[in-house]
Design a protein around this ligand. Structure first.
Ligand SMILES: [Zn+2]
Length: 239
């Protein structure tokens, strides 16, 4: 009986190795094969990612970019986003290759940083930036929801994905100036459930911050509809 059991476990082991050989798990950042004890991202990439440490600096570049545009409690991004680099690979896999676990994992890393920061104490509710309805239908999911879930679990704070919604699809934003983009955005977001945010400190979450126009519009709508305070956190900051 014992021999049979050990044979079974050998076969199970051998089977797992064969599956790993045929379908290797690859690092979502560098594409190298993962070791058995690694998941989603290899140890080297995890240590080498370009972390900003913005969560411990109130006057970081993301916060400065939004200063004077609206009253925020705090703003940060965890990583620097550079084209062709590891952070872009991670976010590409999350957004376009259905690697939603990457969102949970990066959200968890982000949540751990926010937990260690005095700027992000007393958050009552976490809300993702809503996606264009057309895009969400096409993609099947909003990547920011998975980032939010990772943060919420780490911080032990509730989240809501249907409190803030996008009412209409905007046309392509790329050719517009920053002012026009903001004016265009203002019409787009709506709070569905004002009770949920009333007098609350809301953490608003996005994947990548570029101009900040989307976050600015979302935060303004939250403040106009009764939120006491808004803080912002993103995975990455495109310089
Ligand atoms: Zn790697």
């Amino acid at each position: 009986m014992e021999i049979l059991n050990s044979n079974k476990s050998i076969f199970r082991h051998w089977g797992a190795d064969l599956i790993a050989l045929l379908f290797p798990n690859l690092c979502n950042a560098c594409g190298n094969t993962l070791f058995r004890n690694e998941s989603l991202i290899c140890t080297k990439c995890l240590y080498d990612l370009p972390y900003t440490d913005y969560h411990i600096h109130a006057d970081n570049r993301v916060a400065k970019q939004l200063w004077g545009r609206l009253p925020l409690n705090a703003a940060m991004a965890m990583l620097y986003f550079r084209k062709g680099a590891k952070v872009q690979n991670l976010i590409h896999n999350l957004k376009y290759n259905s690697k939603t676990d990457v969102g949970l994992m990066l959200g968890s890393l982000l949540g751990a940083r926010l937990n260690s920061s005095p700027l992000y104490k007393n958050i009552d509710l976490i809300i993702p930036v809503p996606l264009h309805q057309k895009k969400q239908r096409l993609r099947g999911y909003n990547q920011s929801v998975f980032i939010v879930q990772g943060i919420a679990e780490k911080m032990d704070v509730p989240f809501s994905e249907d409190t803030l919604i996008r009412t209409i699809s905007t046309e392509s934003q790329t050719k517009k100036s920053r002012y026009n983009r903001y004016e265009n955005m203002k019409q787009v977001f709506e709070v569905q459930n004002k009770e949920a945010i009333k007098n609350k400190h809301v953490l608003l979450v996005d994947d990548v911050i570029t101009t900040g126009a989307t976050l600015e519009a979302c935060a303004n709508v939250l403040l106009q509809n009764g939120a006491a305070m808004v803080s912002i956190a993103a995975l990455a900051f495109a310089e």
